[in-house]
Ligand binder design. Structure first.
Ligand SMILES: Cc1ncc(COP(=O)(O)O)c(C=O)c1O
Length: 586
């Protein structure tokens, strides 16, 4: 199959029709909502639906306390407020998750501290958490991301002796099991989202917190309702169960409505069936993707049962392809696919702009450029999944046969050539390694990072050993590159993603002055590298990127003119070359 067969290049699409929708609500939901609507008891304060879903959802978990809220975000916020998280407290959150796992920390004017994630489960790493705990740590948010349980035993072992609360963010993980127990029931409390596309919905928006702690639940009930205690007599008198209009503390209106609760009650009755379908669909995909050298299907820890809110795969960097192009190519085949959280939380303006998230989270940063999401919701059939598999193999299969991809031996020769052209003292240090551009290039070279991401291991040939002035009789095949020293390069990327130009002289001068503002965003870094590569190749002083990364124009003889048009899917070797240009000392 040639590249012209790909739909992105005008070839036929794998799938013409639409993908099955989610959620699908039916007559039963409509009847329940209609009945509630007609009752005129539309709120938690006046009707019985909210109390009913609270009881049913708690019971489904073997609990008796559930506090329904207007969303998953307000569930987390209500819980943090009830736990007394406030100014001066630190809350450890994973760097790779949906932003609402962390923003409630800011709403409480506490400090979010970002921990790295496990490279296989994508959930918060207990090792990284251990490094972040201080005397101010009040809570750890364990997000069961995509439906995979976080490593709760390890987190609880760290937290409990120090009186730190483990908050389970189970917004994406209804029904997931950790050591046979439902998530949400293991930490101090579990927060759920019932947003429209979640594993079950309460008809668009909704959330809740479950806990076995009655006092905590009581406080949450008060906070979600303006701090007003409904069932306690106010100090000024009044009957239990009547509104007191006495507001004991700062609260919010975070209540769920009766209409949402009525829908949720119907949906809860189908939850087991939904989970079974998701797991079946995921198993089908895993079976058919396992052999792909380019795609890594989701990992499942042995003590865990996934609930597959999303089926999140890793595009292996060895495939030598940018994730953006991949997602566009699969989308063009008629398959819904998207990148999974491409901006790690520490780099989100809301955190970064306030100076949070300075500690590195290299795994989260790497994953942000490698993960993509496929949909396995219950309405998806095996036939649909066959299209998904066909599209992935069509796109990823082409890459593996691409003329751009070279054999290992060719690559080694190319690398030596590149190193020859460059300064022999091109050095890489820890900070550079954590820069995703470098990681990307290392992977393209077939080099690898050690598990702490602080050392680069290089398969060392005799010739390379002499090029790099390493002992020539090195007996080990691997050599620790980072032991050689350091040159720190920060790359500026304050320009727009789609349209920017660099003046190479200024660029290199500023690199050498070392006054570049650090950026860890993948896109501009990678694009800058490509620009530099292109400019170097055309022997031009200026390069510009236009029209969605498809064209490079270069200046010649002081004039702007089109020197060369380049498809930005360049092969890994050239990307590596470009990266080394960034890293090379003057
Ligand atoms: C991990 C996680 N936490 C919290 C939330 C917030 O839930 P909601 O959208 O219902 O506010 C979400 C929602 O997508 C989520 O995925």
């Amino acid at each position: 199959m040639g590249s012209e067969d790909l739909a992105i290049n005008g070839g036929p699409k794998v799938r013409q029709g639409p993908y099955p929708p989610w959620p699908v609500l039916g007559e039963e939901d409509a009847a329940a909502v209609t009945e509630t609507l007609r009752s005129g008891k539309l709120t938690q304060l006046t009707g019985g639906d909210v109390a009913a879903i609270e009881e049913a959802f708690a019971a489904w978990h073997g609990f008796d306390q559930c506090v329904a809220t207007s969303s998953g975000t307000t569930a987390i916020h209500t819980l943090l407020a009830a736990l007394g998280v406030g100014p001066g407290d630190e809350v450890i959150v994973p760097a790779h998750t949906f932003i609402a796992s962390a923003t409630p920390v800011l709403h409480q004017r506490a400090t979010p501290v970002f921990a790295d994630v496990n490279p296989r489960t994508f959930c918060i790493s207990p090792e990284s958490v251990a490094e972040r705990i201080t005397g101010r740590t009040k809570a750890i948010i364990a997000v069961h991301l995509n439906g995979h349980p976080a490593d709760l035993d390890a987190l609880l072992a760290l937290a409990e002796p120090q009186g730190i609360a483990v908050v389970e963010d189970a917004a994406q993980a209804h029904g997931a099991l950790y050591n046979g127990r439902k998530v949400g029931t293991i930490g101090r409390a579990g927060c759920f989202s019932f947003w429209e596309d979640k594993i079950m919905t309460t008809g668009g928006e909704g959330g809740c917190v479950i806990t076995h702690d009655h006092d905590l639940a009581e406080r949450m009930r008060r906070i979600r309702h303006h701090g007003e205690a409904l069932v306690q007599p106010a100090p000024t008198g009044g009957q239990a169960d009547e509104r007191t209009y006495y507001h004991a503390e700062l609260g919010y209106n975070y209540r769920m409505s009766s209409l949402h609760a009525a829908t949720g009650l119907v949906q809860l009755g189908k939850l087991e069936e939904y989970l079974e379908a998701r797991r079946r669909n995921a198993a089908f995909l895993t079976e058919h993707l396992t052999d792909s050298p380019a795609i890594e299907p989701p990992y499942l820890a042995p003590n865990s049962v996934h609930s597959f809110y999303k089926y999140v795969c890793r595009l292996r960097p060895e495939a030598g392809i940018g994730i953006d192009w991949f997602v566009r190519a699969v989308t063009a085949e008629g398959i819904p696919v998207s990148r999974r959280y491409p901006t790690p939380l520490p780099q989100q303006p809301v955190f970064r702009g306030s100076g949070f998230g300075k500690q590195p989270c290299p795994v989260a940063e790497r994953l942000a450029g490698e993960l993509f999401t496929l949909l396995v919701h219950p309405t998806v059939t095996e036939e649909d999944l066959c299209d998904v598999v066909a599209a992935l193999w069509k796109v990823a299969g082409r890459l593996e046969r691409s003329p751009h991809t070279r054999s290992g031996e060719d690559a080694a020769r190319e690398i030596e050539g590149i190193l020859d052209k460059l300064s022999l003292t091109t050095l890489i240090n820890k900070e550079d390694v954590q820069n995703r551009l470098v990681e990307f290039c290392l992977a393209a070279l077939g080099w690898r990072l050690d598990s702490t991401n602080t050392h680069v291991w290089v398969p060392l040939s005799e010739q390379m050993a002499s090029l790099w002035a390493f002992p020539s009789r090195q007996t080990k095949r691997d050599y620790v590159l980072s032991a050689r020293g350091a040159q720190v390069v920060h790359i500026e990327a304050q320009h727009e993603w789609r349209r920017f130009a660099v003046d190479l002289d200024t660029f290199l001068e500023r690199i050498n002055r070392g006054d570049w503002e650090d950026t860890r965003r993948e896109g501009p870094n990678k694009e800058l590298a490509v620009l530099l590569w292109g400019a170097q190749e055309a022997n031009c002083k200026r390069a510009a990127l236009i029209d969605e990364k498809r064209l490079l124009i270069f200046e010649r003889d002081g004039e702007w003119g089109l020197a060369r048009e380049v498809d930005l899917f360049v092969d890994p070797i050239e990307r590596v070359y470009a990266a080394f240009m960034l890293l090379a000392p003057p």
